[in-house]
Design a protein around this ligand. Structure first.
Ligand SMILES: [Zn+2]
Ligand SMILES: [Zn+2]
Ligand SMILES: [Zn+2]
Length: 278
């Protein structure tokens, strides 16, 4: 039996069967919802909520297709399909689910700034019965150095100009829970280069207990991770998955690698730091 929970730990659940089909999904809906460059899900048919059911918010992204999130902290939550199987975001797990990723799916929609460097099969779409194919789509860098982004439901949109001062993959346990993913990829944008273009009033902020600066901002309606300003407004932390345009830069490396999920291996040749680079 493996336990999982959201960032604020209000929603808690257990998975009591053998997990199956752990896959990295690169579809644009997963990227927006999680704010990560890809999401990792596994399947379970025996998932039970042990706490916080009242905090589960449902967003119907298309008829019959639902996305669940915690209405207090914004973490994406497990989704039950009509046949009773549940797709569990692996990033929520407190315990090792004992399963390892077997493939990449929806690589057709992959973010241009993410490069697959492991040897897992890559599927254009779902991959069930589908021959594996390698597809690398790089979307063009946007117009005139302006990069736009927004949440999945479209209520919240933003843009920034110029290049981020830094883009980093973060494996700390808080980022993994906030994004419900293997790791976060955050772009740091100077405050004066960032503008909300729509729906700032739909953004909800969660300030993490006991943390000096860490928090998570999300769309109240769809639960997507969205940018969050530092208290003094000098910098915005922009989740790379929330970008609609290719930012034109890649993440520099991996930080807090000492907190990495046991089910995820870093295979790309980039610098790694146990905590923060000095
Ligand atoms: Zn929560
Ligand atoms: Zn997906
Ligand atoms: Zn939204």
């Amino acid at each position: 039996m493996a336990k999982g929970s959201c960032l604020c730990a209000t929603v808690q659940f257990t998975v009591s069967d053998e997990a199956s089909k752990m896959r990295h999904c690169h579809c644009s809906m997963c990227r927006k919802t999680h704010g990560a460059l890809f999401a990792t899900y596994f399947e379970s048919s025996e998932l039970d909520y042990t706490a916080g059911k009242d905090a589960i918010e449902i967003y119907e992204s298309s008829p019959g297709f639902q996305r669940a999130f915690c209405n207090l902290c914004g973490s994406s939550l497990p989704e039950r399909s009509s046949d009773g199987t549940v797709a569990v975001p692996a990033g929520l797990m407190d315990d090792d689910p004992g399963i390892r990723p077997e493939a990449h799916i929806f690589t057709e929609s992959k973010a241009g700034c993410y490069h697959i460097t492991d040897t897992l099969p890559q599927h254009h779409h779902y991959g069930d019965g589908d021959a594996s194919r390698i597809v690398n789509v790089t979307r063009p860098v946007s117009k005139l150095g302006v990069v736009s982004g927004g949440c999945q439901c479209g209520l919240v949109t933003f843009e920034y100009s110029g290049a981020p001062s830094m883009m980093m993959n973060c494996h700390c346990s808080r980022c993994r829970k906030a994004k419900a993913a293997a790791h976060a990829t955050n772009a740091f944008v100077p405050g004066d280069a960032f503008t909300w273009t729509n729906g700032e009033e739909h953004v909800q902020e969660y300030a993490h207990k006991g943390a000096k600066v860490f928090g998570h901002a999300f769309c109240k309606t769809c639960g997507s991770s969205v940018p969050r300003a530092r208290a003094d407004g000098s910098q915005y932390n922009v989740p790379a998955g929330s970008l609609t345009d290719d930012p034109g830069v890649d993440a520099k490396g991996h930080i807090f690698i000492g907190s990495k999920a046991p089910w995820f291996d870093v295979t790309e040749n980039k610098p790694q730091w146990i905590r923060m680079p000095t």
